[in-house]
Design a protein around this ligand. Structure first.
Ligand code: NAD
Ligand code: MG
Length: 414
């Protein structure tokens, strides 16, 4: 199935807002966590450790932190632990000695881990590196608790088509999308007027353009509300994250691009607002703690207890909202353009942004260079005819590779 440049108001391959099938709650949920040592991975396992009798941990994966992976695998009595860096297999085996836990390493082993029979797979690898393992998880028709937004950003139509083809169940973990999912459950798509994602505004929300231009990685990594991995924290500082999330929302919910919007809400209490055609606006509220959306994805359609702070609106007293400023946060404009351009533009956007964020963290470029580098890469890809319909994961991976090459080429000019 080809992805067309125009965006019809409702794409058949996108998931509906209907409730997913329930998981058999009468036995422990067989759960695998891809990216177990990361921010989402450890929050997931923190929830698991509070009611261990309700879960059976199948596979845990990480890229390079053998010590933490082995400790998590032992603590949760996982059956399999996989490290992405294949040079560390001996180290992992040694760390797991006597535990009976199988050890494996390398990119193929990560995808194999996702194929181990499970009821639910938490897809929490960061970046396009998560595509292959998450697609592998989809192919076993399990519940996919999706934190890895790159699957929807880079491979949206291909990914949602795979979900349908394999009868898998997609539950968003990104907080705004979990919020929309909860608010929308069962809604008739024709009754939706607008889906508005909130953004905290990040650490530079009140900064001048000149101050943002000179910002350091340390300043960008100081997120006011959320504790997250480094990549998404920088994306929150540029507002690229909100752009990626609009693309993610487009593939998750049956609305046209025009019905998606974002608003800055510095307190990060309201995560998404859905306006209906009759003027009603429904929202989901929760303190900014990822254990809430993770718990929703694990327990849906039931609810499980999450040890998060209780929402105290009287203490908070004020919730404020403001429009995003695309002059100070140009990455949002660039991402919105990629969403409208469709085809493989979001895959190029994501790949170039991954390179740009790494370069910013390595102090090779400044804050505004991130959006500029991504935009230049998109233009270069367009000139090469690489913004085109994608039919398969292989198509997406090829475009991702080309975009990285083009972005590195541009980067050498900075
Ligand atoms: P993180 O950097 O804290 O953790 C990433 C995990 O992926 C680690 O376990 C790491 O070992 C693994 N990993 C890294 N590179 C890899 C590679 N090349 N191959 C295989 N595994 C690799 O990231 P995070 O903040 O937990 O984010 C994970 C995903 O969830 C991202 O897609 C992010 O956008 C999304 N997300 C995160 C949050 C959050 O609060 N952290 C919120 C919404 C969405
Ligand atoms: Mg989010």
């Amino acid at each position: 199935m080809a992805v067309t440049a125009s965006v019809p108001s409702r794409l058949p391959e996108r998931s509906s807002t209907a409730q997913p099938r329930a998981i058999d709650a009468s036995r422990p949920m067989r759960l695998s966590v891809l990216g177990a040592t990361g921010s989402i991975g450890t929050s997931t396992l923190d929830l698991v450790s509070r009611t261990p009798e309700k879960f059976e941990i199948i596979a845990l994966t990480a890229q390079s932190n053998v010590k933490e992976l082995a400790a998590l695998a032992r603590h949760h009595k996982a059956r399999l632990a996989v490290i992405g860096d294949e040079t560390r297999l001996a180290e992992l085996r040694a760390a797991l000695e006597g535990s009976g836990i199988r050890a494996a390493a390398g990119a193929d082993a990560l995808a194999d881990a996702a194929l181990e029979p499970a009821d639910c797979i938490m897809a929490a690898i960061v970046g396009a590196a998560g595509l292959k393992p998450t697609f592998a998880a989809v192919s076993q028709g399990a519940r996919i608790a999706l934190a890895n937004k790159e699957c929807l950003v880079s491979a949206g139509h291909v990914f949602t088509a795979a979900i349908t083809r394999f009868g898998a169940e997609l539950l968003p973990v990104d907080s705004e999308h979990s919020a929309a999912f909860q608010v929308l459950a069962g809604a008739d798509p024709a009754s939706i007027d607008k889906i508005v994602l909130t953004a905290s505004g990040g650490p530079f929300r009140t900064w001048t353009r000149d101050a943002i231009a000179a910002a350091t990685p340390e300043q960008a990594l100081k997120h006011p509300n959320w504790s997250m991995g480094a990549k998404i924290t920088i994306d929150s500082a540029t507002l690229m994250n909100k752009g990626l999330e609009l693309i993610e929302a487009f593939h998750l919910f049956p609305v046209s691009v025009d019905k998606l919007d974002c608003i800055v809400h510095p307190q990060s209490i309201v995560h998404c607002l859905v306006s209906y055609v009759d003027g009603s606006v429904l929202a989901q509220l929760a303190p900014p703690d990822m254990r809430t959306p993770i718990a929703v994805a694990l327990a849906w359609p039931d609810r499980m207890t999450a040890p998060t702070e209780k929402l105290d609106l009287a203490r908070l007293a004020t919730l404020t909202f403001e429009p995003p400023d695309e002059d100070r946060f140009p990455a949002l404009r660039v991402a919105k353009a990629a969403l409208r351009r469709s085809d493989t533009a979001p895959a190029v956007l994501n790949a170039a942004n991954e390179i740009a964020v790494r370069a910013f963290l390595d102090r090779k470029i400044k804050m505004f260079d991130i959006a500029a580098l991504v935009e230049e890469t998109l233009n270069a890809a367009e000139r090469q005819g690489a913004i085109c319909p994608a039919q398969s994961l292989e198509d997406i991976l090829a475009v991702d590779e080309l975009a990285r090459f083009l972005a590195y080429e541009k980067l050498s000019g900075y």
